[in-house]
Write a protein that binds this ligand. Sequence first.
Ligand code: PGA
Length: 255
Amino acid sequence: MRKKILAGNWKMNTNISDGLQLFLEVKSAWSQTQSHGMLCIIAPPSTHLAQFSASPELGLHTAGQNCSEHEAGAFTGETSAAMLKSVKADYVILGHSERRALYGEDNTLLKRKVDTAFRHDLIPIYCCGELEHEREAGMQNEVVKRQLEEALFHLNASDFGKVVVAYEPVWAIGTGKTATPVEAQEIHSFIRSRIEDRYNKIVAMNTSILYGGSCNPNNADDLFAKKDVDGGLIGGASLNASDFMQIANSLSKCI
Ligand code: PGA
């Protein structure tokens, strides 16, 4: 079922003691909030996961920020899907633009990562989004369509129905530039219509599509008010419990 979701992508930030303190602050604030079926997903560095005890019964889950496409073996520096699952992660972020740009991850590789995640019962939070020059050339829909088709649309409807899609325009990530609510709504609606074309209306209506890219307590209300924006994937502002919970509060107003 389509859910409102707030996900925090901590990237390569915090040591274990700062991270644990931040996680416990978020967990305590979240458990006092009326979450109305909303989900909160925290994606810390993988070194922290074993010490972060989530509360799925309160809608609080943890996620990896990436996983290997391989099962196990001689892949120095990689983390497998099975390892993430063994420390109780329920989700994994795949296709983040930093992985695409800095580590050369393309849609073909991401398709394999999506399949590996499913084999281990991890739900992908699949990121898509265009570069600045692609938006300037009006190519955003084409780019996002290809990212969906090449890495996700091989899934059957039942597996696709579990995936969370995150639209993150690359030019808005960590830059302070945000897509306007109208721009976000346009492309979220486009994504939903592509899902409907590939699967059906029910699958499309049930898919949570998150916005990411400089989302913060000042712009969250307006972004989340749009009908096809089901929540946010938050980077910088997820490193401050108070900012993150203000964003959660904005999302809870849309239920
Ligand atoms: P940002 O990052 O909120 O710092 O722009 C979002 C993301 O990269 O997921």
